[in-house]
Design a protein around this ligand. Structure first.
Ligand code: PYR
Length: 632
């Protein structure tokens, strides 16, 4: 039934002679550039059918997914002008003036970034964003901004979704020309987990701005100002908006908590204003800011600083909407929310709910509830594709006030815990997370400091360490790299410094420093890195490829390798990407304008003695067989 050649010969298939070299050299099965696009896609789909998608395993594909209700906006209707046009016309300072003149509360829609980072481990694919982009630009023209990039999206695009983060930005920019695009930038850590040299931050910011980002929300994971200054300066240089954040932790209304007080936040805000921030963000990444605390905080900040205030939160406790209203009463300028079908729990409060609650009041958002209900319908239909990445959390939970875990980390850490064999011990991990925070001196927890706390919590649970026995047992253990780097000073300095005893236990004689890591790191020679990368990937890399590689060397190379093996997978619809096809199922895949492949799964063959299966497809009506190694 299939072509006779060496790998289909019965002797070869039965393993009658020594083929062990194949097992140790899987790369021999990669034939870059030799396969046509159709075959590459069939290989991917076949592999997904047989081996499942990482993290989902061999989950059975649901018998039916609804076609998403893409809101119909008249094709001929132009995009209404929005905040993007104001920035283009008036510049950054003009935009800030415009914000200050607005009576309504302005709104950032986080559906395209933080909502899915927080609900399903950042797995939303460009395919599903691009499908609703035009409708979002037209129906959401009155938004302040769309948060749609940065944070964990950069890394997960390449690592898990096999797509380019830069292409996502370009595609969405083309389809949404009227609303400001906002990204989350981890200060000196850019979109990574460790500090980068200053010239990397500068180049990354410049490239992000050139490719479509307008508002950069810059934070430091320890609220350390020196960790943000390079990024603030770099953003100002591009003419875009530098929004610098205070990360909120603790509880300013609790008199027993003396580390992160109202005065602490006000001082930090003043420093950020002086450092050149156009806007101040309150980044309540775990949803710890309670309604009456928000009122106090915003009121004090409005008195003490002159720049607009932009509030970000997570609804983990269920208090998110109430908190936003109190902040709005206190005069906050801009708030983050997301469409209702993607809201709540570890995500942001509902944008639709917010529109409704402010209707006919002084601070009416001026957004149309009907429009956002249509956008919400779309996401309601898309969300089931990603169900396998959702946490077990079914309702809001005030335990967040104890563990203080960021909303964006919750589902990611849960996945990480599963991956290291702690599947049934998630409650223990959460409790340990709170213990580790105190052991580290009660630090701000947000990427990457939250990863340090998460890694150490996993490590302690795995090794049966406790706050009491760590001193004895920990002396014989190598701590995770992230924890070592943290105590060395690679993420900067926490307020109040490091707890000395734990620092010594972790570092075991390694050096620690208090200078800014960016001053210690040698500038990157981009031309040299480009040459090194060209050698590795066998083609001339673009400037954006080089930046991706600098941020995530291994992830980028793996991404490039899989691109050679499978081609561009961004063309697949999401159910096919995650679950493959059911026997008898047919799907149409547009690989370029005017070129569509019809792929049908006919049957999955028996397991051969050599560990492979033949997958029987039809490609545009012609039978095609693909070999897939079964890893089970
Ligand atoms: C991130 O850096 O990804 C956060 O959401 C804080």
């Amino acid at each position: 039934p299939f072509l006779e050649n060496v790998v289909t010969h019965p002797d070869f298939l039965s393993g009658n002679y020594d083929t062990s070299f194949i097992d140790t050299k899987p790369e021999l099965f990669i034939f870059p550039g030799r396969q046509d696009r159709g075959t590459k896609l069939l290989s991917y789909i076949g592999n997904t059918i047989v081996n499942g998608y990482p993290g989902l395993g061999k989950a059975e594909k649901k018998p039916h997914f609804d076609s998403p209700r893409i809101p119909r906006t008249p094709f001929a209707q132009p995009y209404p002008d929005g905040t993007k046009q104001i920035l283009e016309r008036e510049g950054a300072d003009g935009l800030v003036r415009w914000i200050q003149e607005q009576k309504q509360v302005l709104v950032t829609d986080t559906t395209f970034r933080d909502a899915h980072q927080s609900l399903f481990a950042t797995r939303v694919r460009t395919y599903d964003l691009a499908s609703v982009a035009e409708a979002t630009g037209k129906l959401g023209a009155g938004l302040f901004s769309l948060e749609m990039w940065g944070g964990a999206t950069f890394d997960t695009s390449m690592r898990f979704l096999q797509e380019s983060p830069w292409e996502r930005l370009q595609i969405l920019r083309e389809r949404i020309p009227n609303v400001l695009f906002q990204m989350l930038l981890r200060g000196a850590n850019a979109v990574g987990y460790t500090n980068y040299p200053d010239n990397v931050i500068q180049s990354f910011v410049k490239a992000s701005a050139e490719n479509g980002i307008d508002v950069f929300r810059i934070f430091d994971s320890l609220n350390w100002l020196p960790g943000m200054q390079t990024a603030i300066d770099a953003v100002r240089q591009t003419g875009k908006i530098a929004e610098a954040a205070i990360c909120y932790t603790g509880d300013i209304l609790d008199p027993t908590k003396t580390k992160y007080t109202l005065a602490y936040y006000v001082d930090l805000a003043k420093e950020l204003e002086k450092a050149g921030a156009h806007i101040l963000a309150i980044k309540d990444m775990a949803g710890l800011l309670k309604p009456y605390a928000a009122y106090e905080l915003v009121r004090a900040l409005k008195q003490e600083i002159g720049i607009p205030i932009h509030l970000h939160t997570h609804d983990t406790s269920g208090n998110g909407a109430a908190m936003l209203l109190k902040a709005i009463e206190a005069g906050v300028d801009i708030v983050d929310a997301c469409v209702s079908s993607m809201s709540g729990l570890t995500s942001q409060p509902s944008l639709n709910g917010l529109i409704a609650s402010l209707a006919h009041t002084e601070r009416d958002t001026q957004l149309s509830l009907e429009s956002f209900n249509k956008l919400s319908d779309y996401w309601e239909d898309v969300r089931p594709y990603y169900q396998g990445f959702e946490s077990g959390m079914k309702a809001s939970n005030t335990e967040v006030y104890v563990h203080e875990m960021p909303g964006g980390q919750y589902t990611n850490l849960e996945q990480q815990a599963k991956a290291v064999g702690l599947e049934g011990r998630w409650d223990e991990v959460k409790r340990m997370y709170a213990v580790v925070n105190q052991m580290c001196g009660d630090i701000v927890k947000v990427t990457p400091s939250s990863k340090v706390v998460g890694d150490l919590a996993l490590f302690m649970v795995q090794n049966n360490l406790t706050e009491e026995n760590i001193w004895e047992k920990g002396a014989r253990l190598d701590f995770p790299d992230s924890v070592i780097q943290f105590f060395q000073g690679y993420l900067g300095q926490p307020p109040g410094g490091f707890p000395k005893k734990l620092q010594e236990l972790v570092l075991k004689g390694r050096d620690a420093f208090t200078t800014r890591p960016g001053e210690l790191l040698a500038p990157v020679n981009f031309a040299q890195v480009a040459a090194e990368l060209e050698e590795k990937i066998g083609r001339e890399p673009s400037e954006l490829d080089v930046l991706s590689y600098i941020m995530y060397p291994q992830v980028y190379l793996q991404f490039d390798q899989r691109m050679k093996e499978y081609g561009d997978l961004s063309v697949l619809n999401t159910p096919t990407f995650f679950y493959g096809l059911r026997p008898g199922e047919e799907t149409a895949i547009t690989i370029e304008r005017g070129k569509t492949l019809i792929i049908k799964l006919v049957a999955v063959g028996e397991l051969h003695p050599d560990g492979r299966r033949i997958i029987y497809f039809e490609l545009n009506g012609q039978p095609r067989e693909i070999f897939v190694r079964d890893h089970a």
